[in-house]
Design a protein around this ligand. Structure first.
Ligand code: AMP
Length: 226
């Protein structure tokens, strides 16, 4: 497969889910979802900077929503400063309101948020969520849902993770544990969202990630593996 950036037309869990030895092709680009606000704690700012730096140190490109706002701007600045290529995919409405970060390596203006998510997904080898609100959580869950269904652009499954600085994602994990316990998802699909507070450990785990070999559906006679 060619490089979609340059192709013409450009269209409380145990450690086992953290595989620390990269076994597959190195990550070229990671899409990061994070708050367009800053959050109240300096933990979030620090975690965001640490991820931006880690991407630059590893030569991994950042794909993100393209704005200078909140943690999104912090992330882009840290990644650029560390030498990462940063691609912003922004929708026309936010662009016209002046939300574009003006120092990016490149940006694309797309029709709306849906097209934007699809384009980010097309460009990225893996997805990471940092702390954020509805937009961030929705984007992470969509990426994980497409992985669960084996329906990502160009590749069936792509690794998804969350950088759990300050324990921000612990309640999300608790909710997913509940969904497993109540028979709405399999534990393999819960474990599939990799979480770590350390950006390098998280990136190693995403690079070495293997898709679970279970399908999504739970028959009444099956357990969920919880
Ligand atoms: P939220 O977590 O609700 O602040 O939303 C952040 C997520 O939604 C980001 O990952 C973006 O993809 C998208 N988003 C929300 N607000 C903006 C904005 N002003 N500019 C660009 N993307 C945004």
């Amino acid at each position: 497969m060619g490089d979609p950036l340059h192709d013409a037309g450009g269209q409380g869990h145990p450690a086992p889910s953290l595989v620390s030895t990269p076994s597959q092709a190195p990550l070229q680009r990671v899409a990061v979802f994070c708050g367009s606000n800053f959050g109240h704690s300096s933990h979030y700012d620090e975690a965001t900077r640490a991820l931006g730096r880690a991407l630059g140190e590893r030569g991994i490109g950042l794909v993100y929503g393209g704005t200078h706002m909140g943690l999104m701007g912090v992330l882009a600045d840290a990644a650029l400063e560390a030498g990462a290529e940063v691609t912003g995919i922004i929708n026309r409405r936010l662009h016209d309101r002046g939300h574009l970060h003006t120092g990016l390596t490149r940006h694309e203006i797309v029709a709306d948020m849906r097209v934007r998510k699809a384009r980010m997904g097309e460009l990225a080898d893996a997805f990471i969520a940092l702390p954020g609100g509805l937009g961030t959580l929705e984007e992470l869950f969509e990426a994980a849902t497409l992985t669960q269904l084996g329906d990502h652009h160009g590749r069936a499954a792509k690794a998804c993770g969350a950088l759990n600085g300050g324990g921000f994602f612990d309640p999300m994990r608790a909710l997913l544990d509940r969904a497993v316990a109540e028979g709405f998802m399999k534990s393999a699909h819960n474990d599939m969202i990799v979480m770590s507070a350390d950006p390098h450990q998280l990136l190693d785990a995403l690079a070495g990630w293997q898709a679970p070999v279970v399908n999504k559906w739970i028959t009444p006679s099956q357990g969920t593996g919880s």
